[in-house]
Design a protein around this ligand. Sequence first.
Ligand code: 13P
Length: 239
Amino acid sequence: MLNLSNFSSFFVANWKLNGNMAFINDYFDALNTKSQNCVVVCPPSIYIDKIKKNQKNIFAGAQDVSKFISGAFTGELSAEMLNDMDVKFCLVGHSERRQNFNETNDNIKLKIGNLINNNIIPILCIGESLEEKQNNKTTEVLTKQIKEGIPKISNNENTIIAYEPIWAIGTGLTPTINEIDQIHIKIKKIDDSLNNYKILYGGSVKSSNSKAINEIDSVDGCLIGGASLKIEEFNNIIS
Ligand code: 13P
């Protein structure tokens, strides 16, 4: 497993259901990874090998993993298989999986355990909907997602949290710098054990706001969707 304390910041590109061979070739021709930060690219899983073989200084990540270890589960990919492909990070519990694929906190807990057992660092995604925010339910929602989703085996050296407010994903909206700071501080206080966890921010991160977001003390990096597909944007974000 990677030593997270080797890096001051983490920039994780979540390509979602985007990209193809030609896109990947152009992307890695243009990618500029001279930074000392940890840069992770999570393509659709079928392209992980292609990402890994590029000569750039990045880590391959996956967007999801099976909660099962092996067996008759058509279409699934296990944590052991991801480890076989030298995957170092894996998103778990992204809101798009919670909303569209019935991902539950119980499943998330199993997935995180499987990943850690296979030396892959899970990036647990948590976040509230607009309605929950408007009803002042943010802390309650995040607390439930954390308490029910994080297994006992997790600690600040083997698990990362990503705070992604659902209303900020793909909308161009973001919380204020102060709001992000306050929420990250609150997350660390949900349980004493969370105090030293790395916490990333995600949701409409782009080159024009990434510097200010990343300069927040309680922010350890960013999880980037749309802007990670535009190589110039992504180069600016990680530089
Ligand atoms: P956007 O950066 O497109 O808002 O997506 C964020 C996200 O969902 C990353 O996982």
